[in-house]
Design a protein. Structure first.
Length: 183
């Protein structure tokens, strides 16, 4: 991966981190804090699911594909077919080894994408800490979405889409440090 970072740093390629995440009316709360005597009430509800295929560039450029469809290889292929039309130079996407990423249909499309300048690099198994987009999903779920965003499906989807559209602004930004081997 060091070579990919160096190629990106010298302007030879664009580098993106990709993965999918889901958002439901069941909030993600690892723990809760509130002042003594004050109660925060969140009623979890089962129902719809918003899936997002995201591609996060090293310059914090985010390309996202929200859907209420099931996340499967066909969906990822449609996203990458659209993404490849937006690239301006050789581009490498870093992905994990999820079964949908390694699906036969995905492997069959790789040659077509490579002919258009889009390459996929798979991370070693069990290494989500190497995929920068995981930080985005974590911040969205545990920091940026507020309790009131879970009032209804409409408020949740509006909040998620607002974060995606506003990513990179002062309100929704991640300041990544350079990997230790680049500094």
């Amino acid at each position: 991966m060091k070579d990919l970072w160096l190629l990106q740093k010298t302007g030879h390629i664009d580098l993106f981190f990709s993965d999918e995440s889901g958002f439901q009316l069941v909030p993600n709360l690892p723990y809760g804090w509130q002042p003594k005597g004050e109660y925060i009430r969140m009623v979890p509800r089962k129902g719809k699911n918003m899936s997002i295929c995201g591609l996060l560039g090293t310059n914090n450029r985010l390309v996202s594909y929200p859907t209420e469809e099931n996340t499967n290889a066909a969906f990822i292929i449609r996203c990458l077919d659209d993404f490849v039309t937006k690239i301006e130079k050789l581009t490498v996407i870093i992905m994990d080894n999820a079964p949908i990423h390694r699906a036969k249909a995905m492997m069959e499309k790789r040659r077509e994408w490579e002919d258009k300048g889009l390459f996929i690099f798979f991370l070693p198994k069990y290494s989500p800490h190497l995929n920068r987009i995981e930080t985005l999903w974590r911040k969205m779920k545990y920091e940026w979405l507020k309790p009131e965003d879970y009032k209804s499906w409409r408020t949740l989807t509006k909040a998620v889409k607002n974060i995606l559209a506003s990513f990179g602004s002062d309100e929704y930004n991640i300041r990544f440090s350079e990997p230790y081997y680049i500094v």
